[in-house]
Ligand binder design. Structure first.
Ligand SMILES: *Cc1c(COP(=O)(O)O)cnc(C)c1O
Length: 393
C-alpha cells in the first residue's frame, strides 16, 4: 500500500552503526531503525542469544508459563520502580494497554462513569485508533474521524494550560482517570520535559488519585543516558510503556505498573504474540548488554559530545538553525521558522553524504543513533552533517 514515502535506498547489510546498500555503499546510521536498534546492527550478543533461542523455542502463546517472559519481567521490575509487567508487540499496543488500564482503574477504583485521560497537544502515542486519539497533533487524525472519546489536551511544558484543564475538569467533571505523557516528546520535535512542569503534574495526580502514565516508548531503555526517562525528571509515574529500544530491533512492547497489578483480571486484556520467548530473549539481551558494557555512562558522554557538536553546527549555520534540543542519544536540531529549508531537505542531502538521519516534524532534525556509537563515529556523524549543511547553505 502507499503507506510510506520511502527513500530510494535498499539496505541489505549492517554492522554496528553502519549499513550497506545493494551497491556496496556504506552509510553511517543515525536513525537506528527509528531509535530501536539499541545495540547496533548484527550485534554479537544478540546473534548468539537469539540463534540459541530459535533452536530452543520461539512461540507458545500466553496459555502457558513462559520462563523467558518471567525472566524479562524480573529484569524490568528489579531495574525500575515497577512491580509487574504486561507484554505486547509495539509502542501503540503498549499505550493501548495503558489506556485500557486507566479506564478500568477509573471505573473500578474511583467509580468514574466516563473516565478522561489528559494528553499533550504535541504528543505522539502511536497509530492504533485509541493511541492516535491520545495523540494531540491533528495531522495524525485527519481522515480517521471520529476519534475515540475520552481524551482532553493541554500544552506541553505549559503549567497554566495543564492547571486550567485539570482544575476545570476536577471541578465540573467528567472526572480524570489518568495523565498520559512523554518525558521527552520524540515525534513531536524532541521537546524535553521541564522538571517544574512534571512536578506540577505529579503533585496534581497524587492529590486527586489520578494515574500518571509515561509513554517511554522512545525514551526508555537507556536512550537518555539513564535506563528510564523518568529518572531524568526526578519523579516516578505510576505506569510506563516501552517498545522501540526494548528489543534492539525486534518487536516487543511492555506496560509496566507499580501498584496496579490487580486492575486487569484474567480475560480483560491479551496478546497472541506478546511476550513470546524469542522477543523476550532479545529484550533480556539488550538489557544485560547495557549493564555489562556500562552503556549508560557512555551514552551520557556521547550525548554531551554530540550536543557540543550540534551547538557548534547551529552557530555555524545560524541562518538555518534556531537551537538544539535533547539529552543523551536523543537529540534534535531545530530549524528556523522563516526558512524555506525543511528537515526533510537536510535528511535527503545527508543521504548523499552517506549519513542516515530522520526528521521529527517539518522543523526538527532528529539524531537517534545506536546506543553503542563511539566517540570517533560521533565525530564522523558531525563532519558528514557539516558537509551536507555547507552544500545546503
Ligand atoms: C514510536 C512511538 C510510539 C508508537 O510505537 P509503534 O511501535 O510504532 O506502535 C508511541 N509512542 C512514542 C513516544 C513513540 O516514539
Amino acid at each position: 500500500m502507499k503507506t510510506y514515502q520511502r527513500f530510494p535506498l535498499d539496505l541489505v547489510k549492517g554492522k554496528g552503526c553502519w549499513v550497506w546498500d545493494e551497491k556496496g555503499e556504506k552509510y553511517l546510521d543515525a536513525v537506528a531503525g527509528i531509535a530501536t536498534c539499541s545495540l547496533g546492527h548484527s550485534n554479537r550478543a544478540l546473534i548468539k542469544s537469539l540463534s540459541k533461542q530459535l533452536r530452543k523455542l520461539q512461540h507458545v502463546s500466553n496459555l502457558y508459563q513462559i520462563p523467558e517472559q518471567e525472566e524479562l519481567a524480573q529484569w524490568l521490575t528489579s531495574n525500575s520502580f515497577a512491580k509487574s509487567a504486561f507484554f505486547c508487540n509495539s509502542g501503540a499496543e503498549a499505550n493501548e494497554a495503558a489506556i485500557k488500564l486507566a479506564r478500568k482503574y477509573g471505573h473500578i477504583k474511583r467509580n468514574i462513569d466516563n473516565p478522561i485521560i489528559l494528553c499533550s497537544k504535541e504528543s505522539f502515542h502511536g497509530r492504533t485508533l485509541a493511541a492516535v486519539s491520545a495523540t494531540g497533533q491533528p495531522k495524525y487524525h485527519n481522515g480517521f474521524e471520529p476519534m475515540v472519546d475520552g481524551f482532553k489536551f493541554f500544552s506541553y511544558n505549559d503549567n497554566e494550560s495543564f492547571k486550567n484543564l485539570f482544575d476545570g475538569l476536577e471541578k465540573t467533571g467528567p472526572k480524570i482517570a489518568a495523565v498520559l505523557i512523554e518525558p521527552i516528546q520524540g515525534e513531536g520535535g524532541i521537546n524535553v520535559g521541564e522538571k517544574s512542569f512534571f512536578q506540577l503534574i505529579k503533585a496534581k495526580c497524587t492529590e486527586n488519585n489520578v494515574l500518571l502514565m509515561f509513554d517511554e516508548v522512545q525514551t526508555g531503555m537507556g536512550r537518555t543516558g539513564t535506563l528510564w526517562g523518568y529518572e531524568q525528571l526526578g519523579i516516578e509515574p505510576d505506569v510506563f510503556t516501552l517498545a522501540k529500544g526494548l528489543g534492539g530491533g525486534h518487536a516487543i512492547g511492555a506496560l509496566l505498573v507499580n501498584q496496579l497489578a490487580d486492575v486487569f483480571q484474567p480475560g480483560d486484556h491479551a496478546s497472541t504474540f506478546g511476550g513470546n520467548p524469542f522477543a523476550c530473549r532479545a529484550a533480556l539481551t539488550v538489557g544485560r548488554e547495557i549493564q555489562k558494557r556500562k552503556l549508560l555512562i557512555k551514552i551520557t558522554e556521547r550525548g554531551i559530545q554530540l550536543k557540543e557538536g550540534l551547538i557548534n553546527l547551529s552557530l555555524k549555520y545560524s541562518d538555518i538553525f534556531f537551537s538544539t534540543r535533547g539529552i543523551g542519544l536523543i537529540q534534535g536540531l531545530v530549524l528556523k521558522d522563516n526558512k524555506k529549508i525543511t528537515s526533510l531537505d537536510i535528511v535527503k542531502s545527508a543521504l548523499e553524504e552517506k549519513l542516515l538521519l530522520v526528521s521529527a516534524g517539518a522543523k526538527v532534525l532528529r539524531i537517534v543513533p545506536p546506543l553503542i556509537i563511539t566517540k570517533k563515529e560521533i565525530n564522523e556523524l558531525l563532519s558528514r552533517l557539516d558537509k551536507c549543511l555547507m552544500k545546503l547553505s
